[in-house]
Design a binder for this molecule. Structure first.
Ligand SMILES: *[C@@H]1O[C@H](CO)[C@@H](O)[C@H](O)[C@H]1NC(C)=O
Ligand SMILES: *[C@@H]1O[C@H](CO)[C@@H](O)[C@H](O)[C@H]1NC(C)=O
Ligand SMILES: *[C@@H]1O[C@H](CO)[C@@H](O)[C@H](O)[C@H]1NC(C)=O
Ligand SMILES: *[C@@H]1O[C@H](CO)[C@@H](O)[C@H](O)[C@H]1NC(C)=O
Ligand SMILES: [Cu+2]
Length: 162
């Protein structure tokens, strides 16, 4: 199964906000049927979206992601590449920094994005679940701050999965 996903956004169109706000997300881990190239499969998704939802934050923002597990599998979510400064328990690797979130339970990841800008990735951290549980993390510079490169005219997220 090959999947290609395109999302896009014009940077100047994001709503105005002050730096250092709290961003709330809820990730419901659920099972669903998805049809691609004439084949229907059952797979795990976040909020019924595959690939999963975009997590957007500015540098300096606090991010709260409540992950609710509605499936029989143990799940944890890893924020790939996000520096966890004094919030190691929000990193996500099951059995490393936390016990997995069990069926019917929820865990709220709480971390602040510090000193990072760009596009990263979140994904499930146990076994094959990461094959379908993933999505982009888009970190914008602080308001009035610049990118460490020329300001892009437009940002396009391309996710490749299999
Ligand atoms: C997926 O499809 C199977 C077989 O048709 C069905 O039994 C199941 O209820 C469906 N699951 C969902 C979440 O729609
Ligand atoms: C889920 O995690 C719990 C707690 O770590 C563990 O006891 C259980 O065996 C796990 N279940 C599966 C299916 O891996
Ligand atoms: C998130 O972590 C911050 C810093 O440790 C803490 O002040 C805040 O109360 C936490 N929020 C939640 C909802 O856990
Ligand atoms: C951003 O720059 C604009 C124009 O220079 C200014 O009016 C505004 O106060 C600045 N905002 C912050 C958060 O520094
Ligand atoms: Cu990773």
């Amino acid at each position: 199964m090959a999947t290609l996903f395109f999302g896009f956004c014009v940077l100047s169109q994001w709503p105005e906000s002050v730096a250092g706000i709290t961003r709330h997300y809820t990730f419901n881990i659920m099972s669903q049927n998805v049809t691609r190239l004439c084949h229907t499969r059952s797979l795990l998704s976040v909020n019924g979206q595959f690939p999963g939802p975009r997590l957007v934050a500015r540098e300096g923002d606090q991010v709260l992601v409540k992950v609710v597990n509605h499936v029989p599998n143990n799940v944890s979510i890893h924020w790939h590449g996000v520096r966890q400064l004094r919030t190691g328990w929000a990193d996500g690797p099951a059995y490393v920094t936390q016990c997995p979130i069990q069926t019917g339970q929820a865990y709220t990841y709480n971390f602040t994005i510090t000193g990072q800008r760009g596009t990263l990735l979140w994904h499930a951290h146990n076994s094959w679940l990461r094959a379908t549980l993933y999505g982009p993390i888009i970190i914008l510079p602080k308001r009035n701050d610049s990118y460490p490169f020329e300001k892009p005219y437009k940002a396009v997220t391309i996710m490749l999965g299999n």
